[in-house]
Design a protein around this ligand. Structure first.
Ligand SMILES: [Zn+2]
Ligand SMILES: [Zn+2]
Length: 214
């Protein structure tokens, strides 16, 4: 186990190994959690490329997750060819795809499983039930003691790897944001800078493909 609990894909794989040592099984938002369940949840806020890297790492480890993708992101376009390819690849790797919804819009269509997670929710609607759909933060899926999140590259109550390995959670919803793990940086600001550097190169390629002289 790495000592510093780095936010990188190597340590993410160690988290998955820890979960396996702890006896957890990978579960989804299609039924109420049961003892021994680990619900891997990813809110894809910023880019699909990072999500795909994480998805490949999970598949290599025999893990399956639910990726919540946005239809109203200012950062990526699910209707673009790379967007369509990303959904296809996530499915191919055995992951589930839910909607990372922007309140009040629930744009569920055939691309998604009937599961949503609100992006930057206000407390008034965060945990409210949504008719016919699983809301990842409704009480049956969310319990303070059975929930860990890497928000802004910070674990509020420490990295969960040791507790996973020891089987200390009855069940757990583990929310991680792929961009934080796919790019290296000691802080969220450094990680975002690394992401922007990579995106600049990708943009240059996209401009060339779009027949722009650069
Ligand atoms: Zn750790
Ligand atoms: Zn979000």
């Amino acid at each position: 186990m790495t000592e510093d609990c780095a936010f990188d894909l190597d340590h993410y794989r160690e988290l998955l190994d820890a979960a396996r040592s702890g006896g957890y099984r990978f579960a989804f938002f299609d039924r109420d959690p049961e003892p021994g369940d680990l619900l891997l949840r990813h809110d894809v806020d910023l880019e699909l490329e990072a999500a795909l890297q994480m998805a490949e790492a999970e598949a290599d480890s025999g893990a399956a997750a639910t990726y919540f993708l946005m239809t109203r992101s200012v950062f990526y376009n699910l209707d673009s060819p790379p967007g369509e390819a990303a959904i296809a690849r996530l499915r191919e790797l055995g992951h589930r795809v839910g909607l990372h919804a922007v309140h009040p819009y629930v744009d569920l269509d055939e691309r998604f499983d009937p599961a949503i997670a609100w992006h930057n929710p206000d407390p008034e609607f965060m945990s409210a039930e949504v008719a016919g759909v699983a809301n990842a933060m409704e009480p049956r899926f969310f319990d303070r003691d059975r929930y860990r999140s890497d928000s802004n590259q910070h674990w509020r109550s420490g990295c969960p790897h040791a507790d996973l390995a020891a089987g200390r959670y009855d069940w757990l919803q583990l929310l991680t944001h792929p961009e934080i793990w796919a790019y290296r940086g000691a802080t969220m600001a450094e990680t975002m800078t690394a992401m922007l550097d990579a995106e600049r190169e990708r943009r240059v390629d996209q401009l060339r493909e779009d027949r722009i002289d650069i």
